[in-house]
Design a protein around this ligand. Structure first.
Ligand SMILES: O=P(O)(O)OC[C@H]1O[C@](O)(COP(=O)(O)O)[C@@H](O)[C@@H]1O
Length: 271
């Protein structure tokens, strides 16, 4: 219910903007063609973490913006809608998220740094409160659903066991934080450093992994699928899922050095 409404609100604003050719949403089966002349393409997860809403846990909206591929203008609408939405993350011109929490934060990058704005409820303005965010090169927090420990590959178990005992490259015991709401877990990671991950094929390349990887890279961090840079992947399907690791440069390098960190077992967890 909340998701449907949020999806409609975003679609209506993009339609009214006159700037958007096509919107692809995690909540729709196919992208929606909006305007032949719109210069931009928007991909979005309109309301992530929605399973948390009834418990008042933070949720978020994620978006990415590409340029419309004018060389595809001659194609049938359905075909060009899909191809425009399947652009690789290296072509993002902007991305961002809105975090609905104790404060409402809009965090965005237009390709020159990552900046966050906080909603001033008295005026309705978003005020630049976090210019030029730099993710700490190393944190002391890992964020993962570790109830899945016995479904993890050996490399990921070893990495987590090592850092939580303070036996990694950073000789202090790591702490765990996992809200199970991607935008909130990502925002904390951006602020405090460390690594946030979902090692199974669950999160979406187009709507979640690419926009957040763009933001973390612009803040000096790294986004990977456990093996390669997320932004270098060419999406082949709109709703393509993959393992996702985002965080501080040194933590990400250490994690990836364990090689075997992608969870292949994905039994379909109920909660
Ligand atoms: O169940 P897991 O593997 O911990 O996944 C939790 C992740 O899934 C999400 O809830 C998104 O999943 P949905 O798109 O199915 O809502 C994220 O907010 C969260 O980080």
């Amino acid at each position: 219910m909340h998701i449907v409404v949020q999806n409609e609100i975003i679609l209506a604003s993009l339609q009214n903007s006159g700037k958007v050719a096509v919107m692809a949403s995690e909540e729709d089966d196919a992208p929606i063609w909006i305007d032949d002349g719109g210069p931009f393409v928007v991909v979005t997860d309109p309301l992530d973490g929605s399973r948390n809403i009834d418990a008042s846990i933070p949720t978020g909206t994620i978006f990415g913006v590409y340029k419309r591929l004018v060389e595809l203008d001659h194609l049938p609408q359905e075909e060009k809608a899909i191809l425009n939405s399947l652009q690789s993350g290296t072509r993002l011109v902007a991305s961002g998220y809105v975090l609905y929490s104790s404060a409402t934060i809009l965090c965005a990058s237009f390709g020159s740094g990552t900046h966050a704005f906080t909603l001033d409820h008295s005026t309705g303005d978003f005020i630049l409160t976090h210019p030029g965010i730099k993710i700490p090169p190393r944190g002391q927090i890992y964020s993962v659903n570790d109830a899945r420990y016995f479904d993890w590959p050996e490399g990921l178990r070893r990495y987590i066991d090592t850092v939580r005992q303070g036996k990694g490259k950073y000789p202090k015991k790591y702490s765990a934080r996992y809200i199970c709401s991607l935008v909130a877990d990502f925002h904390r990671t951006l602020m405090y450093g460390g690594v946030a991950m979902n090692p199974r094929d669950h999160l979406r390349l187009v709507y979640e992994a690419n926009p957040l990887s763009f933001l973390v890279e612009q803040a000096g961090g790294r986004g990977s699928d456990g093996k390669v840079r997320i932004l270098s992947l060419q999406p082949v399907k709109l709703h393509q899922r993959l393992p996702l690791f985002l965080g501080s440069l040194e933590d990400m390098e250490e994690l990836e050095s364990y090689g075997d960190v992608q969870q292949k077992v994905n039994p379909g967890y109920e909660v």
